[in-house]
Structure formats: structure tokens, C-alpha cells
Design a binder for this molecule. Structure first.
Ligand code: GDP
Ligand code: GDP
Length: 438
């Protein structure tokens, strides 16, 4: 299951520099998802085989010195609520400030593990300054330099030590699909969950043998059998103003990471806004299946085919280049097409697990390549010899073997992907295309 580390602290202590430092290696090697927006605030770290996500909560707030205490309060409270480990960053060249004191006070009251990070310790000359930070009452400060990387290995060792280790819940889960309902505040997430589950809890069964608060609810009725990912963040109503981007984004991370397919709720009366796009980008970066549910359709007067088409085009335009996903217009309130949403999520999960036999794949792709071969580059011709679909991958992954893989550029890869999508049904699922030398 997803493990989440949140970076908090006042502006200019080096949070985003630290975030980049901790996530960059992984980003360079693994994050090959072409065309997706690279988040400045959310990334993955793999340290000694332990994987976790990291968010820079400061990335969402105005980065100025005269930041309001109330902004910091929200930032820290979201981190406490949603993260497994909190990295509290302070500036060793600056000493303890009032705002540091204020953050420390909130953190001391939480039960989550807090790692106090004294940043900007570029040389050992600064190491003596960090003693001041003991006064924050959060234990020993970790000296690091986000700029030059000094101390970050020890810091990661400490993070890994603090992350929850028990995977008992993972182990007790059945091999059935996991769906998450995500979307910005007020899109209708709780309403649709209620309309699935209803008032009676008789159709859902709690998962036995779990130590932590389970986030999975099993749903087996009406021919369906799946887990609904229901995180505390989605279940609980916010105590602070929810209409802040980082709030809904951080709350979505857990659910998205725990799911196979995400049902992204969009409020029909508001259309697509930047928060929807941020959540969409989290779904893409985690390579999860996608169903878009345009909710509150009961409130929309013009339900003509033309209006539907306009809305669909607008959504696909904002999520481009990934456009091959289903969009369902419905209402959590009147339950119109709610069943359809679930059916579609089941289909997307099937698409995400689809296997194309090698011979079929090659016969068809040879035609596709012959019809439009890769463009020659500086007089060199790319010859694609054959293609295979890799086994045991998280998403459908195709490897094309050719003489000059480095010459095959993004537009041609996209052409191949589109042809694969036209021929076999991968709707709602990401698809990976790789070129390898042969
Ligand atoms: P944030 O507002 O907390 O995200 O801080 P930033 O990451 O934007 O950094 C604020 C300033 O501190 C920038 O000018 C950084 O270059 C600088 N900075 C960050 N980390 C270090 C560090 O380890 N050493 C030094 N000397 N400067 C740093
Ligand atoms: P959440 O914040 O995403 O969980 O959104 P809620 O489920 O709490 O819904 C926010 C508001 O929108 C509530 O007042 C709901 O009653 C209302 N709402 C949700 N779905 C629909 C819908 O399909 N139609 C209408 N008319 N209202 C809805």
C-alpha cells in the first residue's frame, strides 16, 4: 500500500530543493510516462528497495516570507492527517524562528512520526548551529544539505525506519479489482459512495484480521465483486476550508495509490478546473485505470447530444495526450447511470489486464508499420523487426525491437500506441511503448 511522506516547513527553508533532491534519481530512471505533467510537489522515492511517495506541501501555498500562520496551519494539519511520516524542515543558517516554533507546537501534539531536518548544512561549519533546534522538542535534528546532497542518505534511512512496515492488510486482500472514487471537494465523492453502499451496511463486509483502520470496503452485490478504496480523507468532512488545491490533491494520493481503477468525479455544473487536472495527473503518474464520471447531470438543463459532445471534448482536451478513456454522465443524487459507472470501471480493469497474443500482435503491427514506417533520420532508416508484450507488468507494456531505437521519436511511438488502442480495447488504461535494440 502507498506510504506517504510529507515535507512541511516555513517558506525558503529549502523544502522544494529537498523534494527535488530526494525524488530526482527515481524520476530520471523510472518516470518514463511520456507527455504527463511532471509534478513539482509529488514524486516517488525508492530507497534500498523501499518505495514511498513524497509531497512538498509547501509547493501549493504562496511562497513568500510573510506567509500567514493560518496557511501554515492548514499545510501542517493536512500532512498530519494524510501522511505516514512528516519531515519538518528548518534552516540551519537561520536559527529557530517564530513560525518554526508554531509548526513545532502543532507537530508535537500529533502522533505521527516527525523527522526534524536541519537544512543548508552545506559544510561541517554549520553543524554546531543545529543544536538550537533541540529546543523545538522534536528530538535530534538531522543535518542535511539539499543543495549538495550531504546527509540525505542518512535522512532516507531514517524515513524508511519510520514508515509503517506491516503489510497484513495487503496480504489479506482477495485478488479482485480495487476502485477509488477521487475528485475535488464537492464533486460528489461521498454521495456516490453512499449510493453504492446505501444506508444498510449489509452489502459490505469488513476485512478480517487487519490491525489498522481498513481503507478497503468489499462490495459484492448485483454481480459485482470489488474493493472500494475509502480513505479517511474522503470519508471525513474537512475541518478547514477544503477548497484548496493541495488539500484535495494530498487526500487523493492515498486512494489513487491503493486502487487499480480510479473513478474521477467531475462536477458538471463547474466543468474542468485545475484541481481536476492535478488529480488526473496523479492517476496517470501512478499508471492507474481511469473512468471519468461527470456528476450532477441532473442539474444540467441542456442534455442534448451536442452538449454532451462539447463537454466530452473539453475534458479530453484538458487531459490530452491521454484521451482514450470512458466518460459517463450521471448523478449520485438520483442514481442515474451509477450502475454504468461501476460496469465501466470493471471493463477498464479488464482492459488494463488485457493480454494480446504475440503472433496476433506481430501480424497486425507489421501492417501498421509497413503502412507508415518510422521517418528516416539523417539518411538512416529504422527497421522495426518484431514486437512483444511484456508479461507481469502493472500496465499493458509493448516492446518494439529495432536497429536504431534512439531514432524513434515520441510522435511515432504515439502512432504505434494509437494503432494498438484502435485494434485492441485498452480504453481507460495507460499503455507503455518501449523501443529496444536488436
Ligand atoms: P522552500 O520555500 O522551503 O521550498 O525553499 P526552496 O527550496 O525554494 O529554497 C529556498 C532557498 O534556499 C533557495 O535559494 C535555495 O537555493 C536555497 N537552498 C535550499 N537548500 C539549500 C541548501 O541545502 N544549502 C544552501 N546553501 N541553500 C539552499
Ligand atoms: P464530496 O466532497 O466530493 O464528497 O461531495 P459530496 O458527496 O459531499 O457532495 C457535495 C454536494 O453536492 C452535496 O451537497 C451533495 O448533496 C451534492 N451532490 C452530490 N452529487 C450530486 C448530484 O448528482 N446531483 C446533485 N444535484 N447534487 C449532488
Amino acid at each position: 500500500m502507498g506510504r506517504l511522506v510529507a515535507i512541511v516547513g516555513r517558506p525558503n527553508v529549502g523544502k522544494s530543493t529537498l523534494f527535488n533532491r530526494l525524488t530526482q534519481t527515481r524520476t530520471a530512471i523510472v518516470d518514463d510516462t511520456a507527455g504527463t505533467t511532471r509534478d513539482r510537489q509529488y514524486g516517488k522515492v525508492d530507497w534500498c528497495g523501499k518505495e514511498f511517495s513524497i509531497v512538498d506541501t509547501g509547493g501549493w501555498v504562496v511562497n513568500s516570507e510573510d506567509i500567514f500562520e493560518s496557511e501554515i496551519n492548514k499545510q501542517v494539519h493536512v500532512a498530519i492527517e494524510e501522511a505516514d511520516v512528516i519531515m519538518f524542515v528548518v534552516d540551519a543558517t537561520n536559527g529557530v524562528t517564530d513560525l518554526d516554533d508554531h509548526v513545532a507546537e502543532i507537530l508535537r501534539r500529533s502522533t505521527k512520526p516527525v523527522i526534524l531536518v536541519a537544512n543548508k548544512v552545506d559544510t561541517n561549519d554549520w553543524i554546531y548551529n543545529i543544536a538550537d533546534f533541540y529546543a523545538l522538542g522534536l528530538g535530534e535534528p538531522f543535518p542535511v544539505s539539499a543543495s549538495n546532497g550531504h546527509g540525505t542518505g542518512d535522512l532516507l534511512d531514517e524515513v524508511v525506519k519510520d514508515l509503517p512496515q506491516d503489510d497484513t492488510e495487503e496480504d489479506t486482500l482477495e485478488k479482485i479489482p480495487r476502485f477509488a472514487i477521487v475528485g475535488r471537494p464537492n464533486a460528489g465523492k461521498s454521495s456516490i459512495i453512499n449510493s453504492f453502499i446505501g444506508e444498510g451496511r449489509n452489502i459490505v463486509t469488513d476485512i478480517a484480521g487487519t490491525t489498522r483502520d481498513s481503507i478497503y470496503t468489499r462490495y459484492n452485490k448485483f454481480g459485482f465483486d470489488f474493493y472500494l478504496v475509502d480513505t479517511a480523507g474522503i470519508r471525513k468532512k474537512a475541518k478547514v476550508n477544503e477548497d484548496i488545491e493541495y488539500y484535495s490533491v494530498i487526500r487523493s494520493i492515498r486512494a489513487i495509490e491503493a486502487a487499480d481503477v480510479c473513478i474521477l468525479m467531475i462536477d458538471a455544473t463547474r466543468g474542468i478546473e485545475s484541481q481536476d487536472v492535478s488529480i488526473f495527473s496523479l492517476i496517470q503518474r501512478n499508471k492507474k485505470g481511469l473512468v471519468v464520471c461527470v456528476n450532477k447531470w441532473d442539474l444540467v438543463e441542456d442534455k442534448s447530444q451536442k452538449a454532451i459532445k462539447t463537454m466530452e471534448d473539453a475534458i479530453r482536451a484538458r487531459f490530452a495526450p491521454f484521451t482514450d478513456f470512458p466518460i459517463i454522465f450521471g448523478s449520485a443524487l438520483t442514481k442515474q447511470r451509477i450502475h454504468k459507472v461501476l460496469e465501466t470501471a470493471v471493463e477498464v480493469n479488464e482492459n488494463r489486464n488485457r493480454v494480446v497474443p504475440t503472433s496476433q500482435l506481430n501480424t497486425y503491427m507489421q501492417e501498421v508499420i509497413a503502412a507508415y514506417p518510422p521517418p528516416a533520420n539523417k539518411g538512416k532508416y529504422v527497421k522495426i523487426k518484431y514486437v512483444t508484450m511484456l508479461k507481469e507488468q502493472v500496465i499493458p507494456t509493448f516492446v518494439f525491437f529495432c536497429n536504431l531505437p534512439q531514432w524513434v521519436k515520441e510522435p511515432y511511438r504515439r502512432y504505434l500506441e494509437n494503432k494498438i488502442r484502435e485494434k485492441w480495447n485498452f480504453t481507460g488504461s495507460p499503455v507503455s511503448i518501449f523501443m529496444r535494440e536488436k
